[in-house]
Design a protein around this ligand. Sequence first.
Ligand code: TXA
Ligand code: MG
Length: 359
Amino acid sequence: MELLSGSDADILRAAAALKEGALVVFPTETVYGLGADAFNPDALAKVFAVKERPLFDPLIIHIAGLDALDRIVEFSLLGQEGRKRLTLLAASLWPGPLTLVLPKKKEVPGLATGGLATAALRFPDHDLAQKLIRASTNAVAAPSANLFGRLSPTRVEHVLDQLGDRVDYIIDGGRLRVGLESTVLDLTSPCPRILRPGGTSREDIEKTIGPVEGPESQAKRPAPAGASREGGEGGFPLAHQGLLSPGQLTSHYAPRTTLLLYSPAEMENLAYNGRAAYLFFDALSRDRWLSARYASGGAPANVRALCETGDTRRAAANLFALLHELDSGGYECIHAETAPPLGLGPAINDRLSRAAAET
Ligand code: TXA
Ligand code: MG
């Protein structure tokens, strides 16, 4: 493995390697991605092997310009409404932390899409990612650059820890702006549906295309035609047929330390234990709790807040870095407070509840 900077020469080297089938970890505005050419099945197979990820879990294809869509999206299966929504979302929220699920062309390898008839597409809002994607194939499949089921990396050290010796190149992009994965929105159903809450808020999507369904509707509905598996690809477990967003397994994004999740009222009632870690939503609730329980001044290292001022964007940006840090602190457990259900709050709560779920 070679660690690269964001210099033009380094990006061109990494892009050339991607075209040859290498695996390149690159920064995006959300989390680091483990990139491979989306049209190279051998490279895609390596992604699954390196991450120890099940083959039915589809990848997001990263593009750096709308010209890439023609090669990937089967527009004839999208319908007029779907095309209109795609145009509006691309104009106002791309580049950005929004992934759109669209009907795929048959040329897109089944390995990139977990055998689904749809492909997930994202145009990341990060200079280095865009340069890399442009200079390679303009279709880079990339899951988050972590081992399957573990916390996503928001710093290059997180990547080195988990995948350091398993990939060809890692591009260091420093800290990432959003810090939480993209929102995944399915545009193939009559009413668009959020499959995974993430870095783009539901409010911002609804401002652009009107009402969408939330992830809570997912479990209750039968799979639409667009979510069916393609015929003839085989190898995908029956249990996952029709699962709309197969990556959304309950236990995911898990730290190794046990995480317990509480409402603000429950958190306020917890007793202090020096061997446990406490993760509050904001400094206000942290300080209120501390002043009643922990005598000496200042917050100790095991009592943290996701943000100072209650801003869910800031909180989302700090979430994975704080979980990584607390996870390596050797604590008995991590007590975490839920975020308010506004802005990126639902995405934070989604990741916290998955981190809290039993494997
Ligand atoms: O921010 C992000 O989205 C990051 C960066 C690297 O772009 N990527 C990321 O990828 O989080 P990954 O593989 O960790 O998560 C992709 C999610 C999974 O939940 C997967 O099931 C879902 O997207 N997905 C991908 N293709 C899909 C499809 N065709 N239909 C439904 N869900 C899909
Ligand atoms: Mg992931």
